[in-house]
Design a protein around this ligand. Structure first.
Ligand SMILES: [Zn+2]
Length: 445
């Protein structure tokens, strides 16, 4: 069921450099937090633990009994949040695994439609799914017995169950984190006061005080991110936002995301045409700054000034991106947006040069902002298969030619800008096939 509110994250910053002694107290918590998460990943991330993770009481009880909390000396307010964080990641991992398996089932040509039907059924029924993975006998609630008999007819159950087990082993990733500068804080572990925040630390009854740049007070669970070298922290606080429904947003549109222009629509309208200027200014600044920094590492000149400059350029870029996404939504009035799936960064083999990493990272920002705004305004954002989306002709489907930003199809004579052609393909693909609905996927940090 769609809810009428969603969460959006706001940030808070310290107003004075945090003394080293306090910073190391915070780092202690973050390190223990990581230890707890990794412990939970290792103990409950595997197939055998699947029956324990929903709804999670067993894990909580077993973690209490594990003695890990006492061993670390971590206050329980932090300990259980770390457990739940890790448990949430494990659940997410299962959801993703199931999603990937569903895709494999769709694309596997050796499966009959009865096979697919059977596999989908047992994946939906968690009792079935667990029993198959654990090699146990399937016991279903009375209400489901009849439909299960139906899907069992005419399929080789054993072979399909083995297939399912293989797919899970293939896709379920082992979770592990190296992040030791982040932890969550529940309401019981913090208090806003004196234009700042008091945070519980490992020493009993002690709270450290951090003056903040704003006087806002939040009541939800916070996430604290540490930047020990700079003596800074960033607090991430979730705030509730009402979802808006636009009665007059009916259109289906295709979008192509670009490096020069943020978006081009299937009708050829462009948004964010100055995107590359802002982007270029930022990446040049970062490139020059880091060259200078490497040359004079010992002296470490003007690092603070550099950081301030980078933040200013970044803020300008982000303001521009947000304004252009808003303008696009206001002008296009979409109910549904189709956009090509990004290639997976690991596969694309990104080189580690600063320019391209800034590019990739900002591209991620554009996507996340678009996703967030679509959520806030009840617009469906659907990813479509991205392969060859810029090479195929959107009118006839033949492979065309691209030169100087223009796509030409020799087969049917179509001629569009490259991006417009890609956006038209996104729309076509979205309408033709089941795309992947992304509004519900959690935003990456
Ligand atoms: Zn054509």
């Amino acid at each position: 069921m769609p809810s009428s509110t969603i969460y959006k994250t706001v940030r808070q910053y310290n107003s004075e450099r945090i003394p080293e002694a306090d910073m190391s107290r915070l780092q202690e918590i973050a390190k223990d937090y990581r230890a707890v998460r990794n412990y939970v990943y290792q103990r409950y991330g595997g197939i055998k633990s699947l029956p324990k993770i929903y709804p999670g009481y067993t894990v909580q009880n077993e973690m209490t009994a594990s003695g890990l909390r006492a061993k670390l000396g971590l206050p329980s307010v932090y300990f259980y949040l770390a457990v739940f964080d890790a448990l949430g990641d494990i659940k997410k991992q299962w959801t993703q695994t199931k999603g990937k398996i569903e895709q494999c089932i769709r694309e596997n040509e050796n499966l009959t439609s009865e096979d697919r039907h059977y596999l989908r059924f047992v994946m939906k029924q968690s009792d079935c799914f667990e029993a198959i993975l654990l090699g146990q006998e399937i016991q279903l609630a009375k209400a489901w017995e009849k439909s299960f008999l139906e899907v069992q007819t005419g399929v080789e159950e054993k072979r399909l169950n083995q297939y399912l087990c293989r797919q899970v082993r293939r896709h379920l990733k082992k979770l592990h984190t190296e992040t030791d500068n982040i932890f969550s804080v529940s309401e019981r572990a913090y208090r806003y006061e004196d234009h700042g925040i008091y945070l519980a630390v490992k020493e009993k009854r002690k709270r450290i005080f951090i003056p903040l740049t704003d006087n806002n007070r939040y009541t939800k669970q916070l996430t604290v991110q540490l930047f020990p070298e700079e003596g800074n922290i960033v607090i991430h606080a979730p705030i509730e936002r009402q979802i808006r429904q636009h009665e007059d947003y009916h259109r289906e549109i295709g979008l192509a995301l670009g490096i020069r222009t943020m978006f081009v629509t299937d009708e050829g309208r462009a948004y964010g045409e100055k995107y590359s200027e802002y982007q270029y200014a930022l990446s040049e600044y970062v490139r020059e700054g880091s060259t200078r920094y490497r040359r004079n590492k010992q002296k470490n000149p003007g690092r603070k000034k550099y950081t301030a400059g980078r933040e200013r350029l970044e803020a300008a870029l982000h303001t521009y991106i947000n304004a252009e996404i808003n303008r696009m939504l206001r002008t296009e009035r979409p109910a549904v947006i189709y956009l090509p799936k990004l290639p997976q960064s690991s596969k694309a083999g990104i080189n580690k040069k600063i320019n391209s990493s800034v590019n990739m990272w900002q591209k991620g920002y554009v996507r996340n902002r678009l996703l967030q705004k679509c959520r806030e305004q009840s617009i469906a954002l659907i990813e479509v298969f991205g392969k060859d989306i810029s090479n195929e002709c959107s009118r006839c489907g033949a492979v065309g030619e691209k030169a100087d930003g223009i796509f030409t199809c020799k087969t049917c004579g179509a001629k569009y800008s490259e991006r417009e052609n890609a956006a038209k393909n996104a729309l076509n693909r979205g309408r033709d096939s089941a795309g992947h609905f992304v509004n519900d996927i959690a935003l990456p940090e």
